[in-house]
Design a protein around this ligand. Structure first.
Ligand SMILES: [Zn+2]
Length: 309
C-alpha cells in the first residue's frame, strides 16, 4: 500500500480545493481549485467531478494508476459510513448520496468527511496540536466549529454531530441565528459577526473582522468591538474547557490570523473568568487553508487502513 495516492478535496461554500497526496502528506503531487456554485447541488457535484479530472490529468499514467480513493471534506451534516450528506445548505445538498453519486462519476471510492473534523485532525497530527492527545481545535470564520480530541481520539458523538460550538446558545433570548435557535455563540464572535458589529459601529457596510484587527490601537470603536467579541468568545470557551479540560486549545480559521491580538486578550479574559477550570495552553493553528485538504487526505488514508496515525 505504500505507493497509494488519494485525491484529497476540501469543498467550501466559496472554493473547492484539491490535492493529490501520498501517505506522507507532504508536498502535493498536483493541486487545483475551482469556485463552488452557491446552493446548487447538481452543479456542485459537477464541479467536484471536474476538479478530480484536473487533478488526475496532472499525473502521468503510472501515478494515475496509484490513486485509490477520493476524500471529500464537506461543511454540513454527514453520515460518514454511507457518504450521504443530510444537510449542506451552502452546497445545495439535502439527503444527497454524495459518496455514491461521485463514485459513479469518477470511478473511485469516495469517502465523505466533515470539513472541520478533518481540519482539526490535521492540526492534531501534523500541525499545532502535535504532541498532545487532549485538545480542542476551534475554527472561527464565517461560523464557529470545533474538533474535540480526547485521549487521542476525535470525538464524533453517538449521533455524529459533536463539535458544533458555534450553535451552543450563550445568551437566553439572544440574537436569532440562521439555524433557527437564538443566542448562538457564532452570532456574537464569529469573524462575520465581528465584521457586522464594526460595520454598524462605524457606519460602513461591508467592513470585515480584518478591518477591525488592522484598526486595533488606532480606532477606539475597533478596540471596543474586538474587546466585546473576545468577551463572548471567552464565555463560550470557558464552557468548553470546564467540561473537557483539554491541555491545548488550537485556534484556527480566518480570525486566528490575528495571532497574538487574539490569543493574548483571550487568555487574559479566561484567566479572569475561570474559577474551576485550569486554562490550557492557547496557540494558533499552523496549517492555514491547507488544513481541510490535508485532513481530508489523512482521514481517507486511515479509511484505507494506511497513513499517519
Ligand atoms: Zn445557531
Amino acid at each position: 500500500m505504500s505507493d497509494t495516492l488519494v485525491l484529497a478535496l476540501d469543498v467550501g461554500g466559496t472554493n473547492a480545493r484539491g490535492e493529490v497526496l501520498d501517505e506522507g502528506l507532504g508536498r502535493p503531487l498536483v493541486s487545483a481549485s475551482l469556485p463552488t456554485p452557491y446552493g446548487d447541488g447538481e452543479a456542485t457535484l459537477t464541479t467536484i467531478e471536474r476538479l478530480c479530472g484536473q487533478l488526475m490529468s496532472g499525473l502521468d499514467a503510472t501515478d494515475r494508476g496509484r490513486v485509490r480513493a477520493v476524500g471529500l471534506g464537506v461543511p454540513g451534516i454527514i453520515e460518514r459510513e454511507t457518504g450521504v450528506v443530510r444537510l449542506a445548505s451552502n452546497l445545495g445538498w439535502v439527503n444527497t448520496p454524495v459518496g455514491d453519486r461521485l463514485s459513479e462519476k469518477i470511478g473511485l471510492p469516495v469517502h465523505v468527511h466533515h470539513d472541520v473534523t478533518v481540519a482539526g485532525l490535521a492540526e492534531h497530527t501534523l500541525g499545532a496540536g502535535m504532541g498532545t492527545d487532549d485538545l480542542v481545535a476551534v475554527f472561527i470564520g464565517t461560523g464557529i466549529a470545533a474538533t474535540i480530541v480526547c485521549g487521542g481520539k476525535a470525538v464524533e458523538g453517538g449521533l455524529h454531530q459533536a463539535g458544533e460550538l458555534g450553535h451552543v446558545p450563550i445568551v437566553a433570548g439572544g440574537l436569532p441565528c440562521p439555524c433557527g435557535q437564538v443566542g448562538c455563540l457564532e452570532m456574537y464572535c464569529s469573524a462575520r459577526a465581528i465584521g457586522h458589529a464594526y460595520a454598524r459601529a462605524i457606519g460602513r457596510p461591508g467592513a470585515t473582522s480584518l478591518d477591525v484587527v488592522n484598526a486595533l490601537g488606532t480606532d477606539p470603536l475597533a478596540d471596543q468591538v474586538w474587546s466585546e467579541a473576545i468577551d463572548w468568545l471567552a464565555h463560550g470557551l470557558l464552557g468548553v474547557i470546564t467540561l473537557l479540560s483539554p491541555s491545548r486549545l488550537v485556534l484556527g480559521g480566518g480570525l486566528s490570523e490575528a495571532g497574538d491580538a487574539l490569543v493574548a486578550p483571550l487568555r487574559e479574559r479566561l484567566e479572569t473568568l475561570a474559577r474551576v477550570a485550569a486554562i490550557p495552553e492557547i496557540v494558533t493553528a499552523q496549517l492555514g487553508q491547507r488544513a481541510g485538504v490535508l485532513g481530508s487526505g489523512l482521514a481517507t488514508f486511515r479509511k484505507l487502513g494506511t497513513g499517519l496515525s
